[in-house]
Design a protein around this ligand. Sequence first.
Ligand SMILES: Cc1cc2nc3c(=O)[nH]c(=O)nc-3n(C[C@H](O)[C@H](O)[C@H](O)COP(=O)(O)OP(=O)(O)OC[C@H]3O[C@@H](n4cnc5c(N)ncnc54)[C@H](O)[C@@H]3O)c2cc1C
Length: 323
Amino acid sequence: MGNVLIVVETHNGQLRTASLPAVTFGKQLAEKAGGTLSLLVVGNNVAGAATEAAKLGAAEVLVAEHPGLEHYLAETWAPVVVKAAKEKGATVIGATSTSTGKDLLPRVAALLDAGLVSDVIGIVNATTFKRPMMAGNVIATVEVGTPIIVATVRQTEFKPALADGAAAPISKVDATVPSDTRAEFVGVAESKSERPELTEAKIVVSGGRGMKEGKNFEQVAALADLLGGAMGASRAACDAGMVPNDLQVGQTGKVVAPQLYIAIAISGAIQHLAGMKGSKTIVAINKDPEAPIFQVADYGLVTTWEQAIPALMEEIKKLKAAG
Ligand SMILES: Cc1cc2nc3c(=O)[nH]c(=O)nc-3n(C[C@H](O)[C@H](O)[C@H](O)COP(=O)(O)OP(=O)(O)OC[C@H]3O[C@@H](n4cnc5c(N)ncnc54)[C@H](O)[C@@H]3O)c2cc1C
């Protein structure tokens, strides 16, 4: 019997929607392994998030609450996750491949002497998983041979768990924070934005090197705002300093799979496609008809962004005005 423990994240006391696909992964795996699913909420003042988590269809929600856990640090969180996993006899510990998940779970795996499979995109059986390699051009099937398995889960490949279950019991677990950590939380520099978070947005509008300079990204931002979406960028645009690095979509940036992805002046290099090709509908605007982005686009506009963005915005405004 394989019990599954999924670590869910919180933000400002609320459950992060990025964690919901990992819950779905946990449910599917618990079913395959004939075990139960527990969710673990770590932090401080996370009662609200625990109540939300309790509706997601798990057998139980565990809460590790302590002022010393308020700000995420792998050094303080990992031992708490390990204790909860041992207490529950979990044989699989998982989380979404967010920056926290990718930082925390390798440490958890090391403490448990467990094999780690990262960026899982599919479950073959209780010990075997699919994961992308080489910017998604190769899909590896990985069997984990250790008694305990640790897994991070690609957010875009599992449907978000729905809060439609009867409330599961919530209980506290040991949240003793180790006193001998060498790392200390100093502060968080959060970029403030009215726009939705890139990895959670239903619409993403991204610009590439063809935008030429940072100022021109104001037009990408205006289109994103009109659509209520998030703004993204190619690595070339980020590296050129046109926009901050946290907007980068792709193999070495963020992986997104919105309902609508609009790629403007982006050529469509495989490393960029690795971060957005799972999007439901892809629209490409590029002046070069041979640009590889058109091979993955559902709709393509062969024109300059200088022409396309104002024209698109005008039409969208008309549609909005017409209700
Ligand atoms: C290990 C590794 C990891 C990488 N990771 C990433 C990653 O995570 N994300 C990522 O994006 N890249 C990544 N890259 C870089 C990637 O290979 C490409 O170099 C990059 O994606 C190119 O960005 P771009 O499409 O904006 O620029 P370009 O390839 O230069 O394309 C610009 C496009 O703009 C078009 N254009 C120019 N002017 C206009 C105009 N006025 N109107 C309309 N279209 C116009 C051009 O026709 C062209 O197609 C990685 C590379 C490596 C080696």
